[in-house]
Design a protein around this ligand. Structure first.
Ligand code: OMP
Length: 233
């Protein structure tokens, strides 16, 4: 298992509330994810602040644009000192390769570059609505994950439900970052393809992105601790 597999998704519209949670967290216990809402509201300053506090930050902006634009965007992320950044695999292999090449000058200081395959909120019928020629979400995830690996990226964001298949097909070094994680008994919300933290790790997930079950809990630290303890077996 990876060191510190839990990545807490900081999806807040209130910076003070987010920082009140961050103040209680220890960079030795978890990593943090900043997504579209907080980045749009509070910008790179927030990311610099979190990096400055010693957290590994996953900048989850899911870039999806032409190769030149995405390459420049991932360089901007690297300049912020983030640990991980992501793009949409459906932006294509040329775009993904351009992003990877743009990070080469950062050497081992480059953020991990990850691609989103099929969003964990998507169902098979929603994929069909988009005209995706795959029988199941899983088939499309595998197709996009193979493309991502061929483009030289470090891994993919996927549902833990696909982790076993992806690990056995793509090898143990290819990182699997899995949202849609719900400790037993917690509300799935808008997620459709969910697993518990332990089941996700056993299936082959490297990093567990967990938002509302921690951030909306009465005692977020207790939930994080319970999750970390459950993973220690
Ligand atoms: O890239 C992601 O992190 C992501 C990809 C995906 O397919 N599904 C998904 O839920 N996410 C993110 O993972 C987090 C999940 O949050 P909760 O559903 O609150 O645990 C959110 O910040 C989502 O934006």
């Amino acid at each position: 298992m990876q060191d510190k597999p839990v990545v807490v998704a900081l999806d807040f519209d209130d910076k003070a509330k987010a920082l009140a949670l961050v103040d209680q967290l220890d960079p030795a216990q978890c990593r943090l994810k900043v997504g579209k809402e907080m980045f749009t509201l509070f910008g790179p300053e927030l990311v610099r602040d979190l990096v400055g506090r010693g957290f590994d930050v996953f900048l989850d902006l899911k870039f999806h644009d032409i190769p030149n634009t995405v390459a420049k965007a991932v360089v901007a992320a690297a300049e912020l000192g983030v640990w991980m950044v992501n793009v949409h695999a459906s932006g294509g292999s040329r775009m993904m390769r351009a992003a990877k090449e743009a990070l080469a000058p950062y050497g081992d200081k480059a953020p991990l570059l990850i691609a989103v395959t099929v969003l964990t909120s998507m169902t098979d019928s929603e994929l069909a609505e988009l005209g995706v020629d795959a029988d199941t979400a899983q088939e499309q995830v595998l197709r996009l994950a193979k493309l991502t690996q061929q483009a030289g990226l470090d891994g993919v964001v996927c549902s833990a439900k696909e982790a076993g298949l992806l690990k056995s097909t793509l090898g143990s070094d290819f990182k699997l970052v899995t949202p849609g994680i719900r400790p037993a008994g917690s509300d799935a919300g808008d997620q459709r393809r969910v697993l518990t933290p332990m089941d996700a790790i056993e299936a082959g997930s490297d990093f567990l992105v967990i938002g509302r079950p921690i951030t909306q809990a009465g005692d977020p630290l207790a939930v994080l601790k319970a999750i970390n303890d459950s993973l220690q077996g």
